[in-house]
Design a protein around this ligand. Structure first.
Ligand SMILES: Cc1ncc(COP(=O)(O)O)c(C=O)c1O
Length: 379
């Protein structure tokens, strides 16, 4: 019996020949032809903002925090139920993360709680599109506009998903994507920042290039390049971009394969949901998701622990998600919760993610049958 991992990065086939091509081009640093190819793809498929590849979504969020002009003591509104980088990127600039609860249906930032979290120090809202399902962007944008807040989308999981027909990552002033090996489209480590507010675009290039105007120099817009702002080295080399370029060419087929797996899971657990034994993911009308994740909400922590153990004993790896940030050791030191977080506190104990990767098709029946067996044995 082969062990079924939680994740296995999909290889489209052309990655290594593109990497060899990058080597043959003699341009291994960043911003060569493959980086440009990825930028063009993102600008065409992710909503038209200016795209800049980064080392990771974490790096893209760190760039966003600098671009947003975050200063010590400024506040940002984030869900507590998220990956650490959503908050940490801003904490690095001295911001105070104000943690808000999530919606019980999508597990996304609860937009109805944002207004109560706003103070005179609030600078930005950072919605996270959990599992690649869009947040309620209409309401979030309306509130942000009313209070003059920046919106920075953490679309780490959201490539190829849409909300009311528009790609995730294209709604906020800035949007951040991840191409980490656990995501749908991968380059090992990797990410991108989408700059939808064009007034931030020139500075974004500078911040990404160590605070220099090097990009302008290479376009012939200045006759020498120099230190003009703060910044860091946020750009990946061409070998990473080459790997990513090969993957992006297959974004449609990867997404439809994942959706096929997701739909099979969803059908398989329908009866158990009707019996009240578990809850399946909810995708709101108007959201087209990318099947980034299939999760189940079980009865309680004890049942989830038993489920993961049952699957592990039968060589199927299932994992839980997010320890809430508001109650994490560092989250408690640097941030605070706005109001109670009952949904976050509940979901963190009950959510389990099932394997979902292109190539799982041949093993999916076994995963499903092993999971169903767990519920049968518990009566
Ligand atoms: C919601 C969210 N934000 C940010 C990140 C960080 O992405 P990266 O690993 O590319 O830095 C992740 C990674 O899992 C994530 O899920």
């Amino acid at each position: 019996m082969i062990c079924i991992p939680f994740n296995r990065p999909y290889v489209v086939g052309k990655e290594l020949s593109y990497v060899a091509q990058a080597q043959a081009n003699g341009h291994l640093a960043g911003d060569g032809p493959f980086t440009r190819q990825c930028h063009l793809w993102l600008e065409r498929h992710a909503g038209g903002g200016k795209a800049l590849l980064t080392h990771s979504c974490t790096a893209a969020l760190e760039m966003a925090a600098i671009l947003a002009g975050i200063e010590p003591g400024d506040e940002i509104i984030v869900p507590s139920y998220t990956f650490v980088s959503t908050a940490n990127a801003f904490v690095l600039r001295g911001a105070v993360p104000v943690f808000v609860d999530i919606r019980a249906d999508s597990l996304n930032l609860d937009e109805r709680l944002i207004e109560a979290a706003v103070t005179p120090r609030t600078r930005a809202v950072v919605p996270v599109h959990y599992a690649g399902v869009g947040c309620e962007m209409d309401t979030i944008l309306e509130i942000a506009q009313r209070f003059s807040l920046l919106v920075i989308e953490d679309a780490a999981q959201g490539i190829m998903s849409t909300y009311r027909g528009r790609p995730l990552g294209s709604f906020g002033h800035l949007g951040a994507f991840s191409f980490h090996e656990t995501k749908n489209i991968v380059s090992g480590e990797g990410g991108a920042l989408l700059i939808n507010d064009r007034t931030l675009a020139a500075r974004a290039e500078i911040i990404r290039e160590k605070g220099t105007n090097r990009s302008q120099f290479f376009r012939g817009q200045v006759d020498k390049y120099t230190w003009v702002d703060v910044g860091s080295s946020f750009l990946p080399g061409e070998m990473v971009a080459a790997y990513l370029a090969a993957q992006l060419e297959h974004a449609d087929t990867i997404t439809s394969s994942r959706l096929g797996l997701w739909d099979r899971y969803h059908a398989a657990f329908e009866a158990l949901e009707k019996e009240g034994r578990l809850r399946r993911p909810i995708v709101a009308e108007g959201c087209k998701h990318n099947a980034h994740m299939y999760y189940l909400l079980l009865a309680d922590l004890q049942e989830r622990t038993a489920f993961i153990e049952h699957m592990r004993e039968r060589e199927v790896q299932c994992v839980f998600h997010y320890v809430p940030l508001h109650s994490s050791p560092h989250g408690r030191r640097v941030g605070r919760a706005s109001g109670a977080t009952p949904v976050t506190d509940d979901v963190t104990d009950r959510l389990v993610r099932l394997p979902l990767w292109v190539g799982l098709e041949a093993h999916l029946d076994r995963v499903i049958e092993t999971a169903l067996q767990f519920f049968r044995t518990r009566g």
